[in-house]
Write a protein that binds this ligand. Sequence first.
Ligand code: SOE
Length: 393
Amino acid sequence: MDQIRIALVGYQFMGRAHSNAYRQLKFYFPELPVEPVMKVLVGRNKELTDKTAERFGWEEAEYSVEAAAARDDIDLIDITAPNDVHAELAIECAKGKKAVFCEKPLATNLEDALRARDAVKKARVINMVCHNYRRAPAIALARKMMENEDLGEIYHWRSLYLQDWAMDPSVPLVWRFQKRVAGSGSLGDLMAHSIDTAMWLMGGISKVSCTMKTFIKQRPKATSVDGGLGATGAAGTMGKVDVDDGVIALAEFANGALGTFEATRFALGHPNYNWFEINGTKGSIIFNLERMNELLYYNGADPSDRHGFRLIQTTETVHPYMGLPGGGPRYWPPAHIIGYEHTFINTVADLMMGIVEGKNPEPSFDTACKVQAVMAACEEAAKAGNWAKVPKV
Ligand code: SOE
């Protein structure tokens, strides 16, 4: 069987999720015509990289992306390092003629995202950005329903991506709070997911209005070497937060539908509430990541004495990613639910097939640039701050 030899850059939260996904493919995607080989883990810190490579099951450790990109025994480079290096590393990998898989967002700004897109297009290498939620079976079913126009003409999109990990002022100034590294706060870290899902289900967004706010403006500088989500802070040495803690946008879609997007790290009680609803002339659907195996569907054609949101449990073999090509469950029998990590397994399975077939799996870098363009418009609109003052009466 052919192999796809992989180098993974980064080993924090997303590095762990991607490593796990590659390891699980043999259990759940037996039909794959290629074998993913976990060849090289790339990290800056030698000790941590060596230790993590062994723990996660990578054959070797490497300390330079340039070196990995130049190797002729690597076919795919997967970038899960912080956002500020996504574009440059992708361009380096394209130069080395490697397929490139990059965590969202593609870049910290639209200009760099477009440079990365142009580089992979010029090098004619397979490219994809990891918006893993597209491959939650319930969201993939929503896509099928939208393609079938089951909801009729669409009027509304509304989404919430709510977290609350940043509300404690003692949470240190990790890279997600630094514009130079992250590009933005809740906008690029959370709303990017909602925007990608919205455009995948609803089509393009033509205009936005937006407001954003930083609630905690100073935080203790992170001491731990990685500055990741689990970093600890050193009291006394404070640093400025220069990204949004919360962001709210209004949107109009190309199809005329109206949209509202909210993303925040300050919604106490919601650790990872990724939710959306779509309303059309014939029906509505609601998705809630906290109930990832379910899609709520209101069918306006139901008999008038039986109207209501029905709960579809997307764990049957007929549901996307849940059935094997030859029949039977891909994961488990119906109602043996799956989780967050399975969205990454489904994603890397499609990535493997994209490389085999020579076709960019979605979202490609080109599609991810459209997400980046909406985020740039949100930042521009927030800067313009078109508010109408409420007259005092
Ligand atoms: C942290 O906010 C985070 O890990 C995001 O970076 C991910 O994209 C999201 O899926 C879960 O939360």
